[in-house]
Design a protein around this ligand. Structure first.
Ligand code: NAG
Ligand code: NAG
Ligand code: NAG
Ligand code: NAG
Ligand code: NAG
Length: 374
């Protein structure tokens, strides 16, 4: 008899003998085989379990749980000389694994790492396919994407269930870093198509806590407009990540927000932010602004706001004279924008408009905008 010289063998195989039919029988204490359950037998002793497996032609091996006195019959087994037994069986001190019959080739269990599905044993343990985590189902929604990432540090980018009022919403979470904004846990709030009037400055979408738009398009980064309940439903926003997609590439910049409230609340009054002009302009290559004087932040508009001057829900306005707010503005870069003075395109709701004194000439660039919060 040939036995591979491998230490784990001697730890594993507590006993090995051959039956009169030539079957090799062996027992491994403190291990069990997961994913091949044929039948589960409750309230049994060890002998009862052996009888069940012997009487079932498909049963090759079984796991006996010594604490719970139940067992699982398996329709697979392992090559008893296999030196990868520890990659197939799973360690658990409450179990004894015993193989009663010699498996044919198609009855050999695969290493754990190559299994993609499993049955749960009668102890409801399932290691191969983990139980749903927070945000995975409607029944266990999270309050924000960051909460999910804090609990599940390998969570992937994609949609999760968030508890938003009045209903749970399936929302895209960006769990990995957004270059320019930093580490993950970003919750999608809004996607804006700059060529469309939907989210222009005066749209009631910005000032309502009951309107949403195309929630189903908020599951991913596709270029389809959406407004999600996370706009008012994430109550405390600390950081905002803004993205502009242009010519196939999205550039990002982040803003710190100290208002201790939702993004919707931020729209009630003007809040100043403190990026510099070049940080804003990085959002859109080839953009242009009047830079003699600038105003930036949330709800930026001119004191003469009924006029056709630049406005932005989130963004920066440029002026050609140093008395910001008293002279005219003919340039803007941001999200939820409007204004036609100097010939700017009023309908450009996300992107850049610059006329007259722009530092990079006259520009009219529409972008596809993303707004995330954390
Ligand atoms: C917003 O402003 C545009 C013109 O700038 C106007 O046509 C539109 O009716 C306004 N919408 C609302 C909701 O006030
Ligand atoms: C924003 O806040 C983060 C973390 O608190 C800090 O590291 C970063 O420097 C801040 N950025 C700005 C522009 O204030
Ligand atoms: C932020 O708001 C929450 C609830 O609205 C409040 O409990 C908390 O004290 C506030 N924190 C700060 C720093 O204002
Ligand atoms: C703008 O801010 C960034 C980041 O703080 C800095 O690296 C850059 O030098 C600043 N640019 C100007 C023109 O001040
Ligand atoms: C910048 O925009 C101007 C005007 O639209 C255009 O002529 C120029 O090619 C653009 N430059 C780059 C580098 O995209």
């Amino acid at each position: 008899m040939e036995i591979k010289d491998h230490n784990t063998l001697f730890l594993f195989f507590v006993s090995l003998f051959f039956t009169s039919q030539g079957e090799s029988v062996f027992t491994v204490k403190g291990f069990h085989l997961i994913g091949y359950e044929l039948e589960s037998v409750a309230s049994t002793d060890w002998i009862g379990c052996i009888q069940k497996c012997s009487g079932n032609p498909d049963c090759i091996s079984y796991n006996f749980n010594t604490r719970g006195s139940f067992c699982q019959l398996n329709n697979r087994g392992i090559d008893h000389f296999s030196y990868i037994a520890n990659e197939i069986l799973t360690q658990d001190q409450d179990y004894v694994f015993q193989q009663l019959k010699t498996p044919k080739d198609h009855q050999l269990a695969r290493p754990r790492s190559s299994q993609c599905d499993c049955n749960c044993g009668s102890d409801r343990h399932c290691y191969v396919k983990p139980p749903p985590g927070i945000g995975d189902t409607k029944d266990i929604p999270a309050t924000a994407c960051k909460v999910i990432l804090d609990k599940r540090n390998n969570a992937k980018n994609g949609p999760y269930y968030l508890a938003t009022f009045p209903m749970t919403t399936y929302v895209y979470c960006h769990m990995t870093e957004l270059p320019g904004c930093g580490g993950g846990g970003w919750t999608l709030v809004m996607k804006i198509d700059g060529t469309k009037p939907t989210f222009r400055y005066n749209s009631s979408f910005w000032t309502s806590t009951s309107r949403t738009l195309n929630i189903k398009d908020g599951k991913d980064m596709s270029e389809k407009e959406t407004l999600l309940p996370t706009y008012w439903g994430i109550k405390i926003v600390k950081q905002i990540c803004l993205g502009m997609k242009y010519d196939g590439l999205t550039r990002w910049v982040s803003l710190n927000y100290t208002g201790n409230s939702s993004l919707y609340d931020a729209m009630k009054t003007h809040h100043t932010t403190n990026l510099n002009v070049s940080q804003w302009k990085k959002l859109l290559p080839n953009s242009s602004l009047e830079t003699i004087c600038t105003k930036q932040g949330f709800n930026v508009h001119d004191s003469n706001s009924g006029s056709p001057l630049s406005r932005a829900r989130i963004g920066i306005l440029g002026y050609s004279k140093s008395d910001c707010g008293r002279s005219f503005t003919h340039s803007r870069l941001g999200f939820g924008t409007a204004g036609s003075s100097g010939g700017m395109v009023d309908a450009n709701s996300c992107g850049n408009e610059a006329r007259q004194h722009g530092d990079n000439g006259d520009r009219s660039i529409t972008a596809f905008g993303y707004i995330f919060v954390k």
